[in-house]
Design a protein around this ligand. Structure first.
Ligand SMILES: [Mn+2]
Length: 288
């Protein structure tokens, strides 16, 4: 199938050709899947999100985020060794960041966020990451590799980037110990569901520049079954929006990604949910 058809521009139904130099948002599709352990299909995630974006209402209730320009890059070449793919991601995200634009990466398995984290680390002396995820992703090695989707936040920790975890409800005893011994700030799903988002959740002194990684499995599995490792007891749609708005209000978002969508035939509402979350977050970034 030709790539243009497989990877249509985000909101291409509404927008004419977009100029990369004047577009604030740069969509970077990364159809990468190597270490997924349970349900497969994340390499189809970017394509499904782009296609679903054609169904979005361009007015988000407050304004039209698309007016600031949304340029869609061709998909990153995901052939070859994991390390090579991650380097390609880092290169592309670095280029977007250095031109003062906001990269919006579409995964692919969560491993792709390491390329973005490296780019963010290089471009900003002091940046933090906020992770929405059902899993802690803090394993040092998983299935024999340090570049597994289950290790992504451990690699971020190795880079010396501070981060906050939100929505977690599945982790190993080692990950729990690692969190505690490294004083990693976390707002796990059980607490968020019981008491809501605390007013002063942002750690004091957390960097001003923030990259957000949204693992779509942070959403409750009843509304997001289309992911490799769905977990019950997750975040509601509105809790997720509250978190994203709260981040956008308090910090400068330098980029974000949405990963781990594994489209299921017939469940197109999941693809649409992912596309809508991305578009609403663009709006939150613009309007604070
Ligand atoms: Mn994850």
């Amino acid at each position: 199938m030709n790539k243009r058809h497989e990877y249509p521009a985000f909101l291409g139904s509404e927008l004419g050709p977009q100029n990369p130099e004047t577009s604030l948002f740069h969509i970077v599709p990364v159809p990468y899947e190597k270490t997924v352990t349970y349900g497969k299909g994340t390499e189809k995630g970017p394509s499904a999100i782009l296609k679903a974006s054609w169904q979005l209402e361009i007015f988000d209730g407050k304004g039209v985020p698309a007016e600031r320009g949304i340029f869609t890059h061709g998909p990153i070449d995901c052939a070859g060794r994991a390390e090579d793919v991650i380097s390609r991601i880092e290169k592309t995200i670095s280029l977007v960041l250095s031109s003062g634009k906001i990269p919006v990466m579409l995964g692919g398995e969560h491993t792709v966020s390491l390329g973005a984290a490296r780019a963010v680390r290089k471009s900003f002396t002091d940046a933090g990451i906020i992770q929405l995820d059902a899993h802690a992703d803090l394993r040092n090695v998983y299935d024999g590799t340090r570049l597994s989707h289950a290790c992504i936040m451990r690699r971020v920790h190795d880079l010396g980037i501070p981060f906050v975890q939100m929505g977690v409800r599945s982790l190993s005893p080692d990950e729990k110990y690692f969190r505690e011994s490294n004083e990693i700030r976390c707002y796990d799903a059980p607490g968020l569901n019981k008491t809501g988002l605390p007013a002063n959740w942002m750690p004091e002194g957390f960097p001003k520049d923030v990259y957000v990684t949204i693992d779509i499995d942070s959403l409750d599995s009843s509304i997001m079954p289309a992911t490799g490792t769905p977990e019950p007891g997750g975040l509601s749609w509105y809790m997720t929006l509250d978190i994203l708005m709260s981040i956008a209000k308090q910090r400068r978002i330098v980029g974000f990604d949405l990963v781990e969508l594994a489209p299921v035939a017939g469940l197109h509402h999941c693809d649409y949910t992912a596309a809508k979350l991305i578009y609403l977050f663009m709006g939150a970034i613009l309007y604070g």
